[in-house]
Write a protein that binds this ligand. Sequence first.
Ligand code: PLP
Length: 374
Amino acid sequence: MPEDPIFKLLNECIADQDPTKINLSVGAYRDNAGKPWVLPVVKKAKAQLLADPNANHEYFGLDGSARLILGPNSSAITSKRYTAIQTVSGTGANRLAADFLSRFRPATVYITNPTWGNHPKIFGAAHLPVVEYQYWNPQTRTLNYDILLDNLRNAARGSIFVLHACAHNPTGLDPTQEQWKEIAAIMKEKDHFPFFDCAYQGFASGDLDKDAWAVRYFVDQGFELLCAQSYAKNFGLYSERAGCLTGVFKDSDTAQRARSQFMALVRCSISNAPGFGAKIVDIENLKTMANRITLMREKVYNHLTELKTPGNWTHITSQIGMFSYTGISVKQVAAIKSKFHVYMTDEGRISMAGLNESNVKRFAEAIDWVVRNA
Ligand SMILES: Cc1ncc(COP(=O)(O)O)c(C=O)c1O
């Protein structure tokens, strides 16, 4: 099978001996020295676990927590219309949702164009038909909003729509609250099923509640829905594989029945959830990460403005979250890699977290050069 494009790019970058190389490929947070960051709160939690004489490595229960995504006072929680189960990070939550939908609510799955490359594979693996709906307008470098609404209206009644809860991967572009309201209204009218993928809660605004707004709005509108969460990015727990799938249903009886089906599906795939990451998930250090990324966006924009780089670059600062869709061409992506050792995906997506005080200027100069010459 062909290698996964992101991991292929990452391996190429690792093999590159050039000391000035810039890695903007994988969506993993880096500090201002370009190093992975263990959150202080995670260090603290690890120390507590080590010091706790009762801590152990027994099998861990499967129930998850919906409080972070739905909010502790959610009506879905107080009326017990929800169920939440631990998964193997966001990918595991997506796959569990796909298997569940394939068995109990099969329909065509609409994913954003462009999207996270794993979405078509995961839903395809669960034998659901997958098609795209328009999300990004390459001309304006903004949301392709009118076409998106048309796609919602024209999809067969009862389709499944994959919605990115916040900080859309790969474009870094989210609907506004007003746009979400219109999207929800059409979905209601057409009886479409919302599946939220939430891999970056906190990364869009630095605020967990703000970033959960869309999911909570849909819950308040009375939708039944599923929401996959990854704690890889917002807690820096990438390899610990902590995640959760939350389902909101019309009543507590349906939620209980869904819970038993989640349990049955998990039992025959991973059997039990990884406990370590789940034990150390806590919520304090998001702002540091979100603020540093916002600062890098401003720096890229300011450097490009100073360099008078041809084109409009306002999307760099208006996009949010970990990624930026730069809008540069495949040819320019190839040129920036071969001439400047800057690694980004073919479609021009960069992980902003790979930028820091010592490489951001060089990155902007490289962009300036390829825009003028490649
Ligand atoms: C949109 C989206 N969903 C889900 C994931 C799942 O990541 P993980 O399985 O590492 O939690 C990612 C990771 O890149 C993502 O970008």
